[in-house]
Write a protein that binds this ligand. Structure first.
Ligand code: 3HC
Length: 693
């Protein structure tokens, strides 16, 4: 075995040269890796004893892509194209031996091998779109030549990881070899290629599939139309589509030029910067300063949930999906039965769309049992999550009982969306075991989990919760106790301004339109209609004091009653409502205010800047660890447009000084609700960015 460089070795097995790459964690194509590959292929090519070349990786995966940390800087050493040229033009057959994930630049390298073998657990993909990019190393031209333009459209605009079996069927892999025996399998394959004198297949020369789609622009038109909603606001999906059009309509080299040009535009634009930032923000959120990597974890083998409502049921599904048994406790049989039936219905709906099999429906339902007694059911659980009404007295009562029932060391969690968890913990004799696990509705779908650390929560409980979040497929952010925690506290700012704007002359649909155009899936009033205007509204106490009161009193309680802020037709399409407009105008007259025309710019700034300012207060108080954690919360829990990074990243894009100046201007006009956070002032005075915090 000869060392090529610190991450690459070359060995000879009979007449097959084996280049082994080992650059943890994911063998990303850093300068060192490119150098190793380039020199490795050169040396293997020059060795007359080597008749074929296998490229294989150590560690958990084949090459998972370009090294994202290198983006934006100058590239040192050989380029990816140099490496690819070495492979594709090699006079000796090159075989990529694939395990783990072969993604982005990794797949683009593999597509320059003459053959690809993989283990059955391997996954193939071009996920650049999720970083606001497109494959920039020939993948846009090679993938359609292998799988055809239609499949390439789907793969490149979704970034989906394609399982090995599907990759084999689609021509991405040439052979699957036994799991755990990749090296042997790849060597045997290489020998077969030599023995059978198989050709040096170059994907760039294979034109049948792209030529078959030439002169059929409807393929692209239909794809764009079918996905218009999904792609709204994003540049990268459209650019990916254009490169596939180029693959279909232009010779390979010309297609590469289109790829190069569009890749450059995306790479230097703000959307990709935001999406790359988000990639690392999500991963950084997992790192908790002060909690050591070897903090002992509490094994979670069984979970208890209190409340079989929408929230409790959704939470339970997360654990069943991960194979962890759950027992749900309700007070009465009827809501318990209803809750369990809803869970089954949800699973069956997923199965009917092909998401899971009928057997998986049964397996998961079997993992979720119901009970009417905490005493009978919670003695052996390792984690309990309370998901009942947001009332402190009820929660305290439950936690006092849990303290008496649960075994020592069990985690006692509340799903409160904003109540004081220290107060809840105070009724137990084990506040170190109490934590907030704030799921977002629908809890089986939404990715975000706010993990709320109370004053006494132990490191073990925090570390276990973070790990568990990953296990059940959530993106976790650790936050501190304060009203509304991080997400809802910031939301409160936007909601307040939205309501005020309406009283100053902007109609709900105008506010909604501005936020929708900014990139949110819907504005705050459409959101209220969807959630139900009557959440927290009590009919008996309603006295027409607010616009909401009047709407609810008129049975306009949102989409479910066919009307709320908006009127809805039978297909739930929203229309601005003259009724609501009258109600608002009456309120404005009563308040003696002078309605005015409010610009889109003001609507946006009034809604968004106070959110950024609140984020600064949260950081000042230590309720979030870092600015990027706030962005992770808002992207994954509140529909903040992915291509804008999150409120803090957006603040950096427009500039902290501008945010501060606007807050000062609003404060002077409208009062201290706009008072700038001292940390914002400090940041601006030091000429720093939010990302520097
Ligand atoms: N570059 C640099 N670092 C990377 C990386 C990459 N492409 N991919 C992963 N990492 C780092 C992560 O930041 C993380 O670092 P940390 O431990 O310091 O936080 C570490 O590798 C492990 O990553 P994960 O925590 O995500 O590990 P998982 O096992 O959960 O997932 C993975 C592994 C599926 C490979 C996932 O990391 C992933 O999806 N990576 C990105 C893949 C990708 O987007 N590739 C395309 C890159 S762009 C490109 O190739 C352009 C080309 O067309 C020219």
């Amino acid at each position: 075995m000869a060392e090529i460089n610190s991450v690459t070795d070359l060995s000879l097995e009979g007449d097959v040269a084996v280049i082994t790459l080992n650059s943890p964690p994911v063998n990303a194509l850093s300068a060192k890796v490119r150098e190793g590959l380039y020199e490795g292929f050169k040396a293997a090519g020059a060795n007359p004893a080597a008749k074929a070349i296998v490229l294989i990786c150590e560690g958990r995966t084949f090459i998972a892509g370009a090294d994202i940390t290198e983006f934006g800087g100058a590239m040192a050493g050989p380029s990816l194209f140099d490496v690819q040229g070495m492979m594709e033009n090699s006079p000796k057959p090159v075989i990529a031996a694939i395990h783990g994930t072969v993604l982005g630049g990794g797949l683009e390298v593999a597509l320059c091998a003459h053959y690809r073998v993989a283990v059955p657990s391997a996954k193939f993909g071009l996920p650049e779109v999720n970083l606001g990019l497109l494959p920039g190393a020939g993948g846009t031209q090679r993938l359609p030549r292998v799988v055809g333009p239609e499949r390439a459209l789907e793969m490149m605009t979704s970034g989906r990881h394609v399982p090995a079996k599907e990759a084999l069927a689609g021509g991405l892999a040439d052979e699957l070899v036994e799991e755990g025996k990749l090296r042997e399998g790849a060597l045997a394959f290489a020998k077969k290629v030599l023995a059978e004198n198989r050709p040096l297949t170059r994907i760039r020369d294979q034109n049948e599939k792209v030529e078959a789609a030439r002169g059929k622009p409807e393929i692209f038109a239909e794809f764009r139309k079918a996905n218009a909603r999904k792609f709204r606001g994003f540049l990268a999906p459209e650019y990916n589509i254009q490169t596939i059009e180029a693959a279909v309509n232009l010779p390979f080299e010309e297609g590469l030029k289109v790829e190069r040009k569009l890749f450059g535009e995306l790479m230097s634009g703000p959307q990709s910067a935001a999406q790359r930032y988000s990639f690392f923000a999500e991963r950084t959120a997992n790192k908790i300063p002060g909690i050591a990597d070897d903090t002992p974890l509490i094994p979670i083998k069984k979970v208890g949930i209190i409340g079989a409502g929408t929230m409790g049921g959704g939470i339970a599904m997360n654990f069943a999906n991960a194979g962890i048994p759950v027992v749900i406790v309700e007070q009465r049989q009827e809501p318990l039965d209803r809750g369990l039936a809803t869970i089954r219905k949800n699973y069956e709906r997923t199965a009917s769309r092909g998401g899971i099999t009928a057997q998986q429906v049964e397996d998961r339902c079997a993992l979720i049992t119901g009970s009417l007694s905490m005493e009978d059911s919670f003695g052996d659980v390792d984690l309990v999550i309370e998901a009942v009404f947001e009332r402190m007295d009820i929660k305290k009562d439950i936690f006092a009982k849990l303290d008496a029932i649960c075994k020592p060391g069990a985690i006692l969690a509340t799903n409160t969306s904003g109540l004081n968890i220290d107060e809840i913990a105070s009724v137990t004799k084990r506040p170190e075991s109490v934590i907030g696990l704030h799921f977002f509705s629908p809890a089986n779908v939404m990715k975000l989990l706010e993990i709320v650390r109370a004053d006494h929560t132990s490191d073990s409980v925090i570390a276990t919760s973070m790990k568990l979040a990953k296990q059940i497929g959530k993106i976790a952010v650790l936050v501190g106790v304060c009203p509304g925690f991080v997400g809802n506290r910031i939301l409160g700012q936007r909601q307040r301004e939205a309501q005020k704007l309406v009283m100053e002359g902007a109609m709900p649909w105008e506010v909604d339109r501005v936020l929708y155009d900014f990139g949110f899936p819907m504005g705050p009033f459409a959101m209220s209609d969807l959630a139900g205007l009557d959440i927290g509204w009590v009919k008996e106490k309603s006295n027409g004091e607010s616009i909401r009161d009047v709407l609810c009193e008129a049975d306009r309680r949102g989409q479910k009653t066919g009307a709320g802020y908006y009127d809805y037709d039978e297909n739930r399409n929203a229309k601005p409502s003259p009724f609501t407009e009258n109600v608002i105008n009456d309120f404005i007259v009563k308040s003696g205010a002078n309605p005015r025309k409010i610009s889109d710019e003001e609507i946006l700034e009034r809604c968004i800047y106070p959110m950024i300012n609140e984020g600064m207060k949260i950081l000042e108080e230590g309720k979030a660890i870092r600015a990027s954690d706030i962005d992770v919360v808002w992207q994954n829990g509140y529909g903040w447009p992915v291509y804008r990074g999150g409120p803090m990243h957006y603040g950096d894009q427009i500039g902290p000084a501008k945010v501060l100046a606007k807050m000062q201007e609003f404060q002077a006009k409208m009062g201290d609700q706009f008072k700038p956070a001292p940390l914002l002032e400090k940041l601006v005075s030091e000429n720093k960015k939010f990302a520097d915090l």
